[in-house]
Ligand binder design. Structure first.
Ligand code: URA
Length: 435
């Protein structure tokens, strides 16, 4: 392979063939292409884009840069969900056990948070004893026996994504739709799923801030998923407002349990049910979406997913007694401070970006990959748009490590809320389904 000529071809807007892309990824993974040349290639892709066939080749080459999960034949379909991330997005936590109860096998390989975006693994690690680093045979064994696992990528899964992402991060090429598509889907395809539901968020606290960019990413991922033989759908969901009433690692675990006990916030419930319902339809288990919603709802109401959650926790080393005890605590951070409304009206704004930034700066999120997070900090009791408010009502409750940090957070959070005389018009949470 003459890498330079391929690089020049891409730079000049030509499409590369499948074998050429595969060779590039293999050569880069083997250390035959240095970072500076690969950076130029990424920059060429950033500016020229990629044809659908090129993106597919890139995705599969990245997936095949390491080992994939191989499950035994079983009538239960393998399904998973991916979210592009946001503030308060804890949907994966209740969804995995619900899907297991609905007869799916769910190898949910998840990631950590960065910036204002929370990470599923960080949330789960606030559970005493819970292990997220599992060997491939343990992942397979747990999925086969109890139906679900939520864990991190194993050491030899998709190594090319790790190196390519690090390079994108320092070359300003992260926001390229074909590169994002390949990065997200290579990791999901390494689970060998039959169906995938993607939650692509847009809004102030989303990776894709506009609905148009989110739709373009969703369409790219749905097309590619189908090309790779995986029934893929995407939901375009609003991330201008946090999901649920709590954000911060432990507080989100608590709210996930509330969802599993059918006393959680309506928006989290809606998204969990909707993801499960689409997967039921996508895998042909149910023929129409209303019937699938009813089925998912009935399973959640039965309490079985709540018991499955405990089973998953036990299988991954959690100390269930300590976990139950921790759930009863009102506060796990040293300081609790309320932000209260000073006038009557309706909440018309609860800005997810400001709230995410405040939580990150309280120590609940990472500024760099090396940051050690504090799982106890965050906000709960969030007042959401449309709700009537009286002076003195709580708009948010802050969980902080120190009084000074709590007070700074309270001052900053003031700007996240707006109260108006008239109720605002509310946008639906799920705005489009892309099939
Ligand atoms: N998430 C990923 O896993 N990869 C990207 O490129 C962007 C978001």
């Amino acid at each position: 392979m003459n890498f330079l000529s391929l690089l020049e071809a891409k730079r000049d807007g030509q499409n590369l063939g499948q074998s050429q892309i595969t060779e590039i990824v293999q050569a880069y993974t083997n250390g035959e292409i240095p970072d500076y040349q690969m950076s130029s290639f990424l920059m060429a892709v950033y500016f020229q884009g990629m044809a659908a066939g090129e993106t597919a080749a890139l995705t599969l080459a990245v997936r095949d840069s390491g080992s994939t999960l191989r499950f035994p034949n079983d009538p239960r379909p393998i399904a998973d969900k991916h979210s592009t991330g946001g503030v308060g997005d804890k949907v994966s936590l209740p969804l995995a056990p619900l899907l297991a109860c609905l007869g799916f096998r769910v190898p949910m390989i998840s990631g950590r948070g960065l910036g204002i975006t929370g990470g599923t693994l960080d949330k789960l690690e606030s559970i005493p004893g819970f292990r997220t680093a599992l060997e491939p045979d343990k992942i397979i064994q747990q999925v086969q026996s109890i139906g679900c696992v939520i864990c991190g990528q194993t050491a030899d899964m998709v190594p090319a994504d790790k190196s390519l992402y690090a390079l994108r991060d320092v070359t300003g090429t992260v926001p390229s739709i074909p590169l994002i598509t390949a990065s997200i889907l290579s990791k999901k395809l390494a689970e060998n799923p039959q169906a995938l539901i993607l939650d692509v968020k847009f809004g102030t606290a989303a990776f894709m801030q506009t609905k148009e960019r989110a739709r373009a990413l969703a369409e790219s991922m749905v097309t590619l998923g189908h090309q790779c033989g995986v029934n893929t759908r995407a939901l375009l969901t609003d991330m201008n407002v946090p999901l649920g009433r709590a954000a911060g690692n432990w507080l989100e675990v608590k709210e996930s349990v509330e969802c599993l006990e059918n006393r959680g916030p309506a928006d989290v419930h809606e998204l969990v049910i909707e993801c499960a319902a689409h997967l039921l339809v996508q895998t042909g288990r149910t023929s129409d979406i209303q019937e699938a919603q009813t089925q998912a709802e009935a399973s959640l109401q039965s309490g079985e997913p709540r018991r499955k959650w405990d089973e998953m926790l036990r299988a991954q080393g959690a100390d269930l007694a300590a976990f139950q005890q921790k759930l009863t605590l009102e506060e796990t951070a040293p300081i609790l401070l309320e932000l209260c409304a000073d006038k009557a009206g309706f909440v018309s704004q609860c800005d997810a970006r400001i709230i995410g930034e405040v939580i990150r700066d309280l120590g609940g999120g990472r500024l760099t990959k090396e940051t050690v997070i504090n799982p106890a900090v965050g906000v709960d009791q969030l007042a959401k748009p449309g709700e009537p408010i009286q002076p003195g009502n709580v708009l948010a409750r802050i969980h902080a490590a120190t009084q000074a940090q709590a007070e700074t957070a309270r001052d900053r959070l003031q700007k996240a809320f707006q109260i108006t005389n008239e109720p605002p018009s509310l946008a639906p949470l799920i705005q489009e389904v892309i099939e």
